[in-house]
Design a protein. Structure first.
Length: 504
């Protein structure tokens, strides 16, 4: 009852005229920021942080939290409509969202993304409200062995992302891991894989540069080739009736929504993990558990629902260690943490006692931001659909320019623009040779998280791998990872033996 009373007081604060206006404005701004390739919630919150000095601290964090939520929703828009991830958190949405748009189902994909985001965000906020302290303690108990075991479990799902050709899938994964290792060594500080001391490689390969190159430039080149110059633009249409029918149809995807929501939230509360690994892992697990895994990557609605519910739940989960422990759960919450310090608030367990109006007003605002983001997103679907009706002679240059901007914005370095163009050609060739691109993209995300966790674990254990099997959480993750790797390989071996028997 005490939590309910505090939450009601929080709603009274969140629905004050100034705070409510900031929630609506923040959601709308965040939607635009998320839809712009290369911007994302990190840049949006950082750019608008100085504006918060004009309002009280509670109103400030409510505004920034609304931007964060809006950006999580908005990232799916360019992923679905243009095939360009609006942010790293929306890369997995591209896998099935873009094929749906090309099949004339853009409205269905957008509604699915918005509804899944709402469900994931709602579950995330409820879990945040009810279980903040114990979940924070569990997250704090996760050390390097648990993080590596969790990442290995995610890698194990990659085998299922590449279809039946395990060799091509593994090749794609290894290429992604190599790209993820470019830059400075995390322990010695020595440069590695910098290709003859090229300065631009010292800061590593930005994940968005790879994703935008492969899914923006590469897909555009592939579309032009297969259409032989006569590109047929998707004839998607939208109406209130179609939106309602799509919402009703989404009730069949409840398993993918719940999977994405709980997995995303759990990954989100881990310090420094963030929403991107959560969304990618949710996509991988959804495909592994599906009865029709071969339809993923070709326009399966669950391939949109799982990552979108996961990234919104993860974005909420990432705020939990920020408030309860003073440890940012993602790059965006690191900026929010800096804002709290600037406003004179010290994050940690005592903030719930010393500043209850601030904390509960913020938590209540997340419920409101989640609802308004859904309504604004659905209201703008007709405008998003209009983009698809543009002639491809106009759309292709727009996509190309957005890719260039998206490649330049994260680091403000022309080196990354040239790199993005090279990745575009590589993505086109991989598509032409039927190599799966998703595992390479996922590997470059999780590689930089898995490597330091592995090396720290081995330093702790003196080089012994037993550390991953003697700790409760890490051992469970390791056994699940082994099972996920062995089962598909065993299935392929049985299929090969069956085919050999049939021939004889």
């Amino acid at each position: 009852m005490e939590i309910l009373s505090l939450l009601l007081n929080g709603f009274a604060i969140a629905f004050e005229p100034l705070n409510l206006a900031l929630i609506i404005f923040g959601c709308a701004v965040g939607l635009f920021i998320g839809a712009m390739p290369g911007l994302g919630s990190v840049n949006g919150v950082a750019i608008l942080l100085p504006m918060t000095f004009l309002v009280p601290p509670t109103s400030a964090i409510i505004f920034l939290g609304a931007i964060y939520y809006g950006a999580m929703y908005g990232g799916a828009i360019s992923s679905i409509m243009l095939g360009i991830p609006g942010a790293s958190t929306a890369v997995a949405t591209t896998f099935d969202g873009r094929p749906m748009a090309l099949q004339g189902k853009a409205d269905k994909a957008l509604v699915a993304a918005a509804a899944a985001s709402f469900v994931g965000g709602s579950i995330g906020v409820v879990l945040f409200t009810l279980f903040a302290p114990p979940l924070a303690d569990i997250a704090l108990g996760f050390g390097a062995p648990e993080i590596f075991a969790l990442m290995l479990m995610a890698f194990a799902t990659f085998v299922g992302l590449g279809g039946d050709d395990v060799a091509k899938t593994l090749f794609s994964i290894f290429i992604g891991l190599v790209f993820g290792a470019v830059g400075l060594d995390i322990i010695s500080g020595e440069p590695r894989l910098i290709f003859g001391d090229i300065p631009g490689f010292f800061h590593g390969i930005n994940f968005l540069v790879l994703a935008i190159g492969i899914y923006g430039i590469g897909e555009m080149l592939w579309t032009i080739e297969i259409s032989k110059g006569n590109v047929v633009v998707s004839q998607a249409s939208v109406s209130v009736r179609r939106i309602w029918e799509n919402l009703v149809e989404l009730t069949r995807t409840w398993k993918a929504m719940l999977l994405g929501s709980f997995l995303g939230y759990f990954v989100g509360i881990l310090p420094a993990a963030g929403a991107t690994p959560g969304s990618l892992m949710a996509y991988g697990f959804a495909k592994q558990m599906a009865k029709d895994p071969e339809t993923y990557g070709k326009g399966n609605i669950n391939g949109v629902v799982a990552p979108e519910s996961a990234n919104n739940a993860a974005s909420t989960g990432a705020m939990l260690p920020m408030l309860t422990l003073g440890i940012p759960g993602s790059p965006t919450t690191a900026i929010l943490l800096g804002g709290m310090v600037i406003w004179g608030l010290e994050p940690g367990p005592m903030v719930f006692i010393d500043h209850p109006d601030f904390v509960w007003g913020f938590i209540a605002s997340l419920y409101a931001a989640n609802l308004f983001s859904l309504l604004i997103n659905i209201a703008f679907i007709p405008a998003f659909i209009w983009v698809l009706k543009l002639p491809f002679t106009i759309l292709a240059p727009v996509i190309f320019i957005l890719c260039i901007v998206g490649g330049f914005v994260p680091t403000l370095d022309m080196h990354d623009v040239w790199l993005m163009l090279i990745f575009g050609i590589v993505g086109y060739l991989m598509r032409k040779l039927d190599y799966p691109m998703a595992p390479a993209v996922l590997a470059i995300v999780l590689g930089p998280l898995a490597e330091p966790a592995l090396r720290q674990s081995l330093l702790i254990s003196g080089g012994s791998f037993s550390i991953f099997f003697t700790r409760p959480f890490s051992s469970v993750f390791m056994f699940i990872a082994i099972a996920l790797l062995v089962l598909p390989l065993g299935k392929q071996a049985l299929d090969a033996r069956r085919r050999k028997t049939e021939r004889t």
